[in-house]
Design a protein around this ligand. Sequence first.
Ligand SMILES: [Fe+2]
Ligand SMILES: [Fe+2]
Length: 210
Amino acid sequence: MKENMCLQSYHDLIAGIVAAMEARDLYTADHSQRVAAMSETVGRLLHLKPEQQTTLHISAHLHDIGKLGIDDAVLRKTGPLNDKEWADICRHPVIGWEILRKVDSFAEIAVIVRHHHERWDGGGYPDGIAGERIPLAARIIAVADSIDAMLSRRSYRTGMPISKCLGEIERNTGTMYDPEIVRVVLSHWGEIVVPVEKLNTHTAGERTAQ
Ligand SMILES: [Fe+2]
Ligand SMILES: [Fe+2]
C-alpha cells in the first residue's frame, strides 16, 4: 500500500513537471499524457511485466523532456522550420538523456528517452540503431508519439482524420515502426486511440470535424 502511494506520488510529480514544460507551447498541451496513456495500453496488450510497464509509462511521460533545452523561438515558431531549426529540435532526445542519466534510478528511462525517435529500419535519430537494438519501450513510444502528433492540431496545420492516421501507421510498419507493435495497435485501435481522444476534449471536436 505504502509502495503504491509512493509510486503514485512519483508518477504525479513527473506528470506535473512535464505539464509545466508543455505549458510553454499551447499546441503540445497534454501531448505527453496522451502518449503515456496510449503506451500503457500497448504495454498491457503486449503483456509486459509490471516493472517494465512502470518504466514504459514513466518514460512516455518524460519522452520529450529534452525540449526544455530547445530555444522558445524554435519551439514556438509558427510555420515551417528551416534546416538549422530542425537540427535544433532533433537534439531533444539527447538533451533528455543528458538530463535523466544524472539520476541513477533513471538510467534505463534515460536510454529509452534517447531512442524514442529511432526507426525500425535504422533511419531514425540520434544513433540510427535498428530493430530490437532499439529498447522495446522506445519502439512503443515511437508509435504512440506518431499517432498523437498526427491527430493533434499544431500551429501550422489541423489534425489528421483518424482513418488517415491509421493508414499512415499501417503504411510505415517495418520501416518506421516495429511490425509486432503495429499489429497489436491496429488490432486494438479503438481501445488504444479512442479513450485518448476523450482526454483531449479541447481539440476532439475539431478532429471529428475533419
Ligand atoms: Fe520527441
Ligand atoms: Fe512527443
